[in-house]
Structure formats: C-alpha cells, structure tokens
Design a protein. Sequence first.
Lengths: 114, 109
Amino acid sequence: SQTIHQWPATLVQPVGSPLSLECTVEGTSNPNLYWYRQAAGRGLQLLFYSVGIGQISSEVPQNLSASRPQDRQFILSSKKLLLSDSGFYLCAWSADSLYNSPLHFGNGTRLTVT
Amino acid sequence: KNEVEQSPQNLTAQEGEFITINCSYSVGISALHWLQQHPGGGIVSLFMLSSGKKKHGRLIATINIQEKHSSLHITASHPRDSAVYICAVRGTSGSRLTFGEGTQLTVNP
C-alpha cells in the first residue's frame, strides 16, 4: 500500500533562518507531488506541484522553493524565512492527474516563524 | 467572488442528525473532491466525483454538473464526524485544484 511521510510535524524557526521540509512517498512510482499551505482560518493554497523528477511548477511567487531530487521525494525550502511564512504545510500526492485519482495528504508540518 | 463557495461555514448538530454541506463552483470542472480535515490537521480524501452520486458508509456525495453544485451528506451523524469538510474542484485543464474555505462541523453527543 502507498504511504506518505512528511516531517517534521512541528517547527519553530526565527525570521531569516533557512527552512527544509521533506516529504517522501512509498509504494508507488512517478506520483504527482504537491506542496500546499494553509494559513490560520484560511483555505488550502497550492504552492508547488511536480509531475516528475526535476519538474517543478510554482503557483505562488514567494521566497519558497521546491525540489524533487528523486522520484518519490519532494522538498520545500527557503533561504530566509519571513513571519508571513508561518502556517500549516501539507505535502500530497496523486497517482496521475487529479481528474483520475484522489489526493493523498501527509500529516502536515506546523511552522511558526518567530 | 471565490470560484468555490461552501455553505454553511460552521455547522453544529446533535448526534444522529442528518447533515448536508453544500459546495457551489463557478468554473467548468473535470472533477470535484471532498476532503475531511481532522482537528490535528491531517486531511483525508473522502470522495472524488465528476458526475452522479457516490456512497461510502454513512457518507454520500452528489454532484449536479449543470447547476455547478455538489452536496456532502452525513447520515446518523456521530461526534467523531466533527471535522472541517473541504470541497475542491479541478478545472478542465492543468493540475491545479481550487479549494473552498471549508465547513467546520461539530457534532455534539
């Protein structure tokens, strides 16, 4: 069966520090991978998605970046965090296009930038 | 106006009640997703549908493509159903989902 792992679960970082959140998927190959952010009291916002290794599409311009160094690994990074980067970050995968398959989420990372 | 509108924003029910959460959207879609977000933040996909009706246990999801409307029903509600229910639609091109802001459901014993 397929599983998705996302870590860490919580993170408190000072403004200006770097960020690295990692997500891995097991039990499937060539998944579509997604990073979402959910600000307090707000809906989910797509940050990045990837349909293959090294292929990253950015939905929202900001100081975050994403990389997919391996087929089932998706990393969200920042060189210098801002206060506005605080939020709940969710990694997700789907087997193919979202027309044909459901979305599976990791447990999320709650990031607080102080 | 948001592309995806959910109603109500908040819903409180007594255990056993029949619950309906509505989702209206303004764009052409290829699929609609219903998601459940638990208090800890984890999200589970409940349904993905593009037409008709789907049922899983006490949950039923319907969609009317012509009216651009979907409903999520919960029969015999239980306190463990308390969660945020999120509607999301995929447009007719691209991989992007557009999310509603969610409906907070609280079921009291």
